[in-house]
Design a protein around this ligand. Structure first.
Ligand SMILES: [Zn+2]
Length: 460
């Protein structure tokens, strides 16, 4: 009998323990009160939804698991459901089978018959908790959005464009709404437009360029894209004047290579019969390309306002040795070994002559630049740059503001230069342009300042 009493007491303790444990389990596991989490993962999620917008939303519930997600757009009191998804249960005891889900949605307002204007993106998630009489914890996230399926408008204000192959130009245009992406495409190259130059903040100016190898028939147009992704292109009248560039032949001597190649850190292959010429090819091709990548980096940031004024000045008392876009054939021991295009103007004065800044600007680079030797880049604002190469020494450093005629350095023959001369080049963004235009006061008046003035006085 005693043992019977003992065993019923044990059973009682066991059952009581079970009740306590299951109560604890129900209280802390089944009745957990942690809400599911909802996060918008779309990169650079702006408030604007255009004709088609991809939304990436992650939803998770670390405890009992996800029960349901409902995502909708609410506009003028009307709810348009984007997704209504139920997640499987693992049974009454174990809760939901899914703890995390990434949802990718494509929102197309026209298909959903949602009109333009302010709306709310409403996202609600439930979990498998026993909270709220087995309905689960609930999370609602609301985000205000703007439905915008209307394209921006562009009006070109600057009239007809005369453009030289390898030349520069400007387009002035107004936008019907702010567009971060707005500018000119010329032969596939993009040139950002800037506002703030005119009193009217909707008026933008873009300095652009036509590459030396892009002639008549090249596509030139303005493009603008608003925050919602609505895009417009507007063409305008362009007259492109073809240019014929000079052909030049350069004989590469062993004397030149012997004196120049040590400056460059290149190696010819061990079995090379003409190691000097092979080194030269590496410099003239690979290093040239590498230097161009660096130039593209240098010109990435530009002042948002023009720093220059009037005609650009040249290197005084200098003789022109080579022109812009001269096509050069390189011969070694009577054999053609390479061809390159010379995208600047070579000017020779006396050795170590002071080199003036062509116009006012900000020094954005003063250092060694491979084939160009010691080089200074001056930013004149809105993507216009001048560059001074093969210098012997510098008179400026990065960050300096230099006035027109201020000395940037002394001429020399650093880099791939045979004798003391200045290699002067001009660029719009990373596109080399013909400096002759910028040295010509009449060209500047007709093609740049005159156009700006016409828009400013509204007489266009
Ligand atoms: Zn040159």
């Amino acid at each position: 009998m005693k043992s019977n009493i003992f065993s019923s007491r044990a059973l009682f303790i066991f059952l009581a323990g079970l009740v306590v444990l299951s109560s604890v389990w129900i209280l802390f596991v089944c009745l957990e009160n942690e809400n599911p989490s909802i996060k918008i993962e779309t990169p650079s999620m702006t408030m604007a939804i255009g004709p088609s917008k991809n939304l990436l939303i992650s939803v998770s519930d670390g405890k009992r698991g996800l029960r349901k997600i409902l995502i909708a757009i609410v506009k003028d009191g009307k709810e348009s459901i984007l997704i209504d998804k139920e997640y499987p249960s693992g049974g009454f005891i174990s809760g939901g089978k899914v703890n995390q889900d990434n949802i990718s949605l494509s929102v197309e307002p026209k298909k959903l018959e949602i009109t333009d204007g302010k709306a709310v993106l409403r996202m609600t998630a439930w979990d498998y908790s026993w909270q709220r009489w087995w309905n689960g914890n609930i999370t609602t996230v609301e985000k205000e959005v703007v439905i915008d399926t209307k394209r921006p408008d562009v009006s070109v204000l600057s009239g007809i464009q005369n453009l030289n192959q390898g030349g520069s130009g400007i387009v002035i245009y107004s936008l019907s709404e702010p567009c971060e992406h707005n500018g000119v495409y010329a032969g596939g190259n993009y040139f950002q437009g800037y506002n703030g130059f005119f009193n009217d903040k909707n008026i933008y100016i873009s300095f652009f360029a036509l590459e030396y190898n892009k002639g008549p028939g090249t596509e030139v147009f303005v493009e603008a894209t608003d925050d919602a992704g609505n895009s417009i292109r507007r063409g305008f009248k362009v007259f492109i004047k073809a240019q014929i560039f000079k052909k030049d032949s350069i004989n590469i001597s062993d004397g030149f290579l012997n004196s120049k190649m040590p400056e460059f850190n290149v190696e010819a292959s061990k079995d090379s019969i003409t190691p000097l010429a092979d080194k030269f090819l590496k410099v003239n091709r690979d290093l040239r390309a590498e230097n161009y990548n660096k130039i593209t980096e240098i010109v990435k940031n530009t002042e948002k306002t023009p720093l220059w004024e009037g005609v650009f000045v040249s290197f005084p008392n200098a003789k022109k040795m080579a022109g812009f876009a001269d096509h050069r054939d390189y011969n070694y021991q009577g054999k053609h070994i390479d061809s390159q295009v010379h995208l600047g103007i070579d000017l020779a004065s006396v050795a170590n002559a002071p080199v003036p800044a062509a116009n006012r600007g900000k020094v954005v680079f003063a250092g060694d630049l491979g084939i160009y030797g010691k080089t200074v880049f001056v930013d004149h604002g809105l993507g216009l740059f001048s560059a001074y190469s093969h210098l012997n020494s510098f008179d400026v450093k990065e960050g300096d503001i230099i006035e027109k005629g201020g000395v940037v350095g002394r001429s020399g023959s650093t880099g791939l230069a045979a004798g003391d001369h200045l290699h002067f080049s001009m660029l719009v963004n990373n596109i080399f342009v013909n400096p002759l235009e910028w040295w010509d006061a009449t060209w500047i008046t007709n093609n740049i300042t005159g156009k700006i003035q016409a828009v400013k006085s509204g007489s266009n």
